[in-house]
Write a protein that binds this ligand. Structure first.
Ligand code: AP5
Length: 206
């Protein structure tokens, strides 16, 4: 899943993973979980993640390499938030070749910067289930135990967007050249976006 912060990558990745019985690998979730549990990795990355910067490539690639070899990835995986730099993209191609696999599709969820700020300021995540809500667009059930991400403050969102435009957006052309990119209008309602994503993923499996 490619797209700016708040494009809906996590929301859509969960739906695709469930529908096609794939593992859902979110590098952001893995970093946040390690930060919460105060592991060595968590301590290494907390300042970077909270400031909206990118974790160094070597660390991120090693983590994904390890994760992709787990049993639940046998049927395939949805990568959410990875790769995010040209070096990560090259590393992923090599890694998948080593594992005898390849990328089937790169859904690029396109959303304007102005919409990103609105979405992330209203995002809340259920602490127990990890389910993603939005106070206005996808309201949580009453009584849910919710969390507002530390990097979802307006200043940090702007910094994340800058990182995205400088380092990740060039991957759009990279995957387009490889014939893998499928652009999706991420500003439609969640179920409309899902229907498009699912249809495009389905087409690669026919
Ligand atoms: P990560 O967790 O990957 O954050 P991100 O890419 O900034 O993406 P988000 O999780 O903010 O948004 P999303 O696109 O998943 O949107 P969501 O579905 O939640 O990364 C966090 C940090 O970890 C990075 O800044 C970096 O420090 C580090 N990191 C992670 N991966 C890395 C890597 N590969 N290399 C280096 N560092 C890395 O939706 C957002 C909101 O909008 C929700 O409230 C949702 O309900 C709502 N919404 C979704 N779709 C719609 C819709 N269609 N209409 C209206 N509202 C919608």
């Amino acid at each position: 899943m490619l797209g700016p912060p708040g494009a809906g990558k996590g929301t859509q990745a969960k739906i695709v993973a469930e529908k096609f019985d794939l593992a859902h690998i979110s590098t952001g979730d893995i970093f946040r979980d390690n930060i919460k549990r105060k592991t060595e990795l968590g301590k290494q990355v907390v300042a970077i993640v909270d400031a909206g910067g990118l974790v160094p490539d070597e660390l991120t690639v090693a983590l994904v390499k390890d994760r992709l070899q787990k049993d639940d990835c046998k049927n395939g995986a949805v990568l959410d938030g990875f790769p995010r730099t040209a070096d990560q993209a090259d590393a992923l191609t090599e890694l998948l070749a080593e594992l005898g696999s390849e990328i089937a599709i790169v859904p690029y969820i396109k959303v304007r910067d102005s919409e990103v700020v609105e979405r992330l300021s209203g995002r809340r995540t259920d602490k127990q289930t990890g389910k993603i809500y939005h106070l206005k667009y996808n309201p949580p059930p009453q009584g849910a135990d919710l969390e507002h991400r530390k990097d979802d403050q307006e200043d940090t969102i702007r910094d994340r967007l800058e990182e995205y435009h400088n380092k990740t957006a060039p991957l759009i052309a990279y995957y387009e050249q490889k014939g893998l990119l499928q652009e999706i209008d991420g500003e439609e309602q969640i179920d409309v976006v899902s229907a498009t994503v699912l249809r495009k993923v389905e087409a690669t499996r026919a």
